[in-house]
Ligand binder design. Sequence first.
Ligand code: NAD
Length: 298
Amino acid sequence: MSDRVCLSLNKEIMQIRSIGIIGAGTMGNGIAQVAAGAGFDVILLDINDAALEKGLVALSKSLDRLIKKESITSEQKVKTLARIKTTTHYADLAAVSLVIEAATENQAIKEKILAQVDHVVSKKTIIASNTSSISITHLASLNSRPERFIGIHFFNPPPLMALLEVIMGKETSPETLKAVLAMASAMGKEPITVQSSPGFVVNRILLPMINEAFFVLHEGVASAEDIDTGMKLGCNHPIGPLALADLIGLDTCLAIMEVYQAEFKDDKYRPSPLLIDLVAKGHLVRKTGRGVYVYEPK
Ligand code: NAD
């Protein structure tokens, strides 16, 4: 592999050759595609063969879209797929140099997974979580080597989004950070370094903006369409905040604001009453076809 990353960890020279990815869902299979596409050997782990198969089908379709756009060749697709092995056994992660946990966003599930990972990997292995909301310092504290634990927050979809938020726990070592920043650049991503804090950087700023759009709508300052047009043309955003809220899911937006309000103990994060009301009415787009806007059934 030409773009192998050399790492100096606690004076030991280590090369990231292989990455274990836990969870073959939306993010896990996307991260596997990015990693294998950059030349890393990947071991993708999920709870059963059906979940792994579903992830591989999505990954293969994603590569087909890149071929259609002439971003990659058919040979590159074959090489990328050949670098990905799948498993349901944690023991198969024993030799990897980095594990990225990208399973369901549930603290108890992640804690159980990370305990199993801690048990099988070598002392040199870096362990990372792709969590969107759970404290990296907390997850690191459960690990026998918190200095080698770090957050790597990919954006959806990983093959297309350039940003990586790299999140430092209180005890994450500078060597671990350096290694992950090198890996990010080998993957062709643009990393930013963030201290462990609710929402990290991007969602901490994005969600309050979306919430404010609901306040503006609720107060009758402007229509939903005019608020979205205002932010698209006035700020050059590719999508308006209310349309984006529908895309994320109004229940997810509300849950995130509630976490910020509770964690920061600051009422500046109070959710808009209109957002609370729409969620209570079940306007969740994917279930009812209604959010801020009304959508045609697919
Ligand atoms: P998803 O529901 O699409 O996939 C989760 C996968 O985890 C499933 O395949 C599931 O079978 C697997 N899983 C569940 N329990 C497991 C276990 N015990 N062991 C192994 N695998 C297990 O979820 P997702 O959207 O890919 O999100 C994954 C993580 O990425 C979450 O922490 C989420 O917060 C984060 N994230 C999501 C997005 C997004 O837009 N979807 C963006 C950034 C970060």
